[in-house]
Structure formats: structure tokens, C-alpha cells
Design a protein around this ligand. Structure first.
Ligand SMILES: [Ca+2]
Ligand SMILES: [Ca+2]
Length: 276
């Protein structure tokens, strides 16, 4: 055992529990103390300097092993914390697959509201003079989901059912553009399991890709029915495209902390090795 003296009290740590743990404890104790933390930045600087010095004075093998341990614990955390995009075809590069829609799939020329296609360029699908020619969001030459907004409200234009872990946080988002200079623009509504989580108007400028996203906690759910609707019902205008949809778990803050501790420890180990 060795002790670290800080702020007038001594704290004993087992060998191998290096000073980064002390820094974490200081930060968390202040966060949860409920009091204000005046002049936080100079305080953090001081703590980091002391902790870094403590880490440097450790046996490098112990520092290396404890860093690996922190990273291993992080990677071993069960659940969805390390999953990427859970959608099958969020970038639409596979074409008209992986999702459901109440709209009519119309791979030929579009002329009326309520139709969609998956295309590399809206101008290849809708030949109106008001339609802009431009590329998808993924690469500029890939595919996008192009929609001529329906006149019936709240039809599902895109949906997918995804399995989730209960009591976990997820982010659902994507990119949205307008392909006709005729107004009004579309107004997307995002819902999961019937709960509306956000509304996003399409860009007023044609051919620009704007991002949108919502956060969601799964609660007791084992699945998420992701749904995008358009609350704009105008036939003229209301022409838009979406691309690069993503639905992914949001890692817990504790995951970031553990991973950060491991990463910093490994960096300190490498630094120490180069100096010796
Ligand atoms: Ca794409
Ligand atoms: Ca239209």
C-alpha cells in the first residue's frame, strides 16, 4: 500500500491503483458534493500535474498492466455500449431494401406526390425544371432516399424495427436535403415506438445536406420501431431526400472514463519508456 496526500488528508491505495484513480475520485467527489466548484480549471491543472507526476514515479510495469486492465474492463462491459450503426441500409447504398414505407416505390420517372425512389441524383428521377441535380451525402456519388412528399399527413415514409438492450441510451439521426426550389419544404417528424422525439424542417436551400438527430432511452423495451413521417402535406414543393441514417447506442459516461484512464495510462507508459 502507498498513500497519496492531497488536500490535507491521506488516502491509501493498493499498489497498482495509480494516481489517475485519485484524480477521478477528486473530480467525482466534487461533482456529487452538490457544492459549487470555484476556479475549477486551475484546480484541475494542479491535480493533473500531481497525478501525472505520481504516475511517472510508478513502476512502469505496474502502470502498463493497470492501464491494460482499465481498457479490458471497458471492452468487457456488456450491452450495446460498443455497437456501431444498428441499421441495415442506413446509407441506402444497397438500394430499396432494409426498411418499410407507406409511400409508393417508383424507380421510373416521378410525377406525383407520395412516391419515393433510391437514386444517385434526384434530377434523374424527377425531371421538373425546379429539381436540382446533386449527389448523395455518403460519398457524393452513392445513393439517397428521394421522396416527393405525400398529401396525406403522417404516412410512414421510412421505418425499421431494431432490437435494443433495455435501459440504454440510443441516438437516431441522419441527413436531410431539399431537391426542389418550389416551397414549402418538408417537415420531418421522428418517432420511436410511437413517441414523437423531434421535428425537423428540410433545408430551405436546395441541394444542402443538414443533419438531424434525437436521443432515446429504451426503458423496458427490447425493440425500437424507428419511424420517419412528413407533416407537410403540400403537393407543390415538399420534395426532399434523406441519407446516412444511423441508430446507435450511446456509451455510458463511465465507459468513457475507464477508457480514458486506460488510454492516458498507456500514453504515460510509452512516455516513460522513451525517457528511460
Ligand atoms: Ca448514400
Ligand atoms: Ca412535391
Amino acid at each position: 500500500m502507498r498513500s497519496v496526500i492531497s488536500q490535507g488528508r491521506a488516502v491509501a491505495y493498493p499498489l497498482g491503483m495509480h494516481s489517475w484513480m485519485r484524480l477521478l475520485e477528486l473530480r467525482l467527489s466534487r461533482v456529487f458534493s452538490g457544492g459549487t466548484v470555484p476556479s475549477l480549471y486551475p484546480s484541475v491543472q494542479g491535480d493533473v500535474a500531481r497525478s501525472f507526476k505520481g504516475g511517472m514515479n510508478m513502476n512502469p510495469i505496474v502502470l502498463f498492466l493497470s492501464s491494460l486492465f482499465a481498457i479490458a474492463i471497458t471492452l468487457a462491459i456488456p450491452g450495446p455500449a460498443h455497437c456501431g450503426n444498428l441499421l441495415i441500409n442506413g446509407n441506402f447504398e444497397q438500394g430499396n431494401t432494409g426498411f418499410s414505407s407507406d409511400y409508393s416505390f417508383t424507380p421510373g420517372a416521378n410525377q406525383v406526390a407520395g412516391e419515393y425512389t433510391v437514386t444517385t441524383d434526384p434530377a434523374l428521377w424527377n425531371r421538373d425544371q425546379a429539381t436540382l441535380s446533386y449527389g448523395d451525402h455518403t460519398t457524393g456519388s452513392g445513393r439517397m432516399f428521394a421522396i416527393n412528399g405525400a398529401t396525406s399527413p403522417n404516412l410512414t415514409l421510412w421505418s425499421e424495427l431494431v432490437g435494443v438492450a433495455p435501459n440504454s441510451n440510443y441516438e437516431f439521426g441522419g441527413w436531410l436535403s431539399t431537391w426542389s426550389w418550389v416551397t414549402p419544404v418538408a417537415d420531418l417528424s421522428i418517432s420511436i415506438n410511437g413517441e414523437v422525439l423531434g421535428s425537423f424542417p428540410a433545408p430551405s436551400a436546395t441541394g444542402e445536406w443538414n443533419t438531424f438527430s434525437v436521443m432515446w432511452n429504451s426503458g423496458s423495451s427490447n425493440s425500437a420501431l424507428l419511424r420517419i413521417t412528413d407533416s407537410q402535406t403540400a403537393a407543390g414543393g415538399n420534395d426532399f431526400a434523406i441519407d446516412d441514417l444511423h441508430f446507435a447506442a450511446v456509451p455510458e459516461p463511465s465507459t468513457f472514463v475507464l477508457f480514458g484512464i486506460g488510454g492516458i495510462g498507456l500514453a504515460a507508459y510509452v512516455w516513460r519508456r522513451r525517457r528511460s
